[in-house]
Write a protein that binds this ligand. Structure first.
Ligand SMILES: NC(=O)c1ccc[n+]([C@@H]2O[C@H](COP(=O)([O-])OP(=O)(O)OC[C@H]3O[C@@H](n4cnc5c(N)ncnc54)[C@H](OP(=O)(O)O)[C@@H]3O)[C@@H](O)[C@H]2O)c1
Length: 330
């Protein structure tokens, strides 16, 4: 089969197309003839060799959707010909990869059947970004009625977080994005858009909230945004850091530490890695999000690339040129 193989760590050019043997499913696994493979920001770190979990495969890719092409003898509930979407993690939460290929191997406990008419590529907007956004938003236990701000809101995870924040009852949702086109998408998704390329964006958030600020900021950009995220908080507010797209957060000021110390604000890290060993929980959320999608309550924006141009997809993601979920199409 055709696959994108990462033979060494490095820049996007290490992603090269090769002919490799077809993978076969183990007794409790299924094979998927891939119609769309997801690209996630974490795969940039894996490609560079910087991810906290080691990749066990020379083929990157943590999510894929398509048609079941083979079924191991112990598998129940899936048959050849089923249309499915899957997170490609191992049952134990290990990062197995394998998505950037014509055929991928998946664990049935991390696989959902696609309802009739659901596009394989669009389903991938729910599998990793949607599930991550769901658990991320639950770091604020009482989000109902709150005012929240989501950074990189036109991205894969951000675009799901904006919509899910509304579904979970947030009163007001702000979303930041770097250009006009992305900010228009953020507004279409139901958020008030903020240009975080402007240094005074936290002041703008305060103006728009009558001086109060927001109850929570969900920040995956970190280096360029974390100080502003703190400055945009209302009293008692929380910044949830869950990525570092623009580098590590700055050292916080003594005033910020004092505010944390006396409980005026808090800063929390979040990773969905803790949920990775609980496939039944993740699958339950995948199914819930699929229901929202079928009911028209969630939409998925896509940036599509040919599988052979995986390097181009990584370049575009790093250059902030993508919107929504990025998919590779074999
Ligand atoms: N903690 C977890 O468990 C977990 C799980 C999944 C994903 N994540 C994190 O969630 C974040 C989003 O992932 P994603 O796959 O959905 O990607 P994404 O949001 O679709 O793409 C990244 C976006 O970040 C913004 N950005 C800001 N500064 C950037 C920079 N210096 N370089 C590149 N992009 C920059 C860009 O939007 P603008 O052009 O609008 O600035 C870009 O489009 C990542 O940080 C990822 O690591 C965390």
């Amino acid at each position: 089969m055709r696959a994108i193989v990462t033979e060494k760590f490095g820049g996007p050019d290490v992603l090269v197309e090769r002919e490799v043997p077809d993978p076969s499913p183990g007794p409790d696994e299924i094979a998927i003839a891939v119609e769309a493979a997801g690209v996630n920001f974490g795969e940039i770190m894996m490609r560079k060799g910087h991810h906290p979990l080691a990749l066990q495969n020379t083929i990157l890719g943590n999510d894929a959707a398509g048609v079941v092409s083979a079924v191991g003898p112990e598998v129940e509930g899936f048959s050849i010909g089923d249309r499915v979407a899957a997170s490609l993690l191992g049952r134990d939460g290990s990062i197995r990869g394998g998505g950037y290929a014509a055929t991928a191997i998946a664990d049935p406990s991390r696989t959902v059947r696609l309802p009739d008419g659901v596009d394989a590529a669009e389903a991938l907007g729910l599998i990793i970004p949607g599930v991550t956004a769901w658990f991320l938003l639950h770091q604020i236990p009482e989000i109902q009625g709150r005012t929240v701000l989501i950074h990189a809101a036109a991205g894969g995870t951000g675009s799901q977080a904006v919509q899910l924040a509304h579904i979970l009852g947030a009163a007001r949702v702000f979303g930041t994005a770097s250009n006009k086109d992305k900010r228009a998408l953020v507004r279409e998704l139901g958020a008030e858009s903020i240009d975080y390329g402007q240094n005074d964006w936290p002041t703008r958030v305060r103006e728009l909230t009558g001086g109060r600020g927001v109850d929570a900021v969900f920040d995956s950009v970190a280096g360029e945004t974390a100080a502003g995220s703190v400055a945009a908080l209302a009293m008692g507010g929380k910044v949830v850091l869950y990525g570092s797209n623009s580098g590590s957060p700055p050292v916080f000021t003594p005033e910020t530490w004092r505010a944390i110390g006396i409980g005026l604000l808090s800063i929390q890290g979040f990773t969905n890695l803790y949920n990775l060993k609980r496939p039944e929980l993740i699958r339950e959320v995948m199914l819930k999000l699929m229901d929202f999608y079928v009911a028209g309550r969630l939409r998925v924006e896509l940036s599509r690339f040919a599988l052979a141009d995986a390097a181009g997809a990584h370049r575009a993601l790093q250059a902030r040129q993508t919107r929504g979920k990025i998919v590779l199409v074999p």
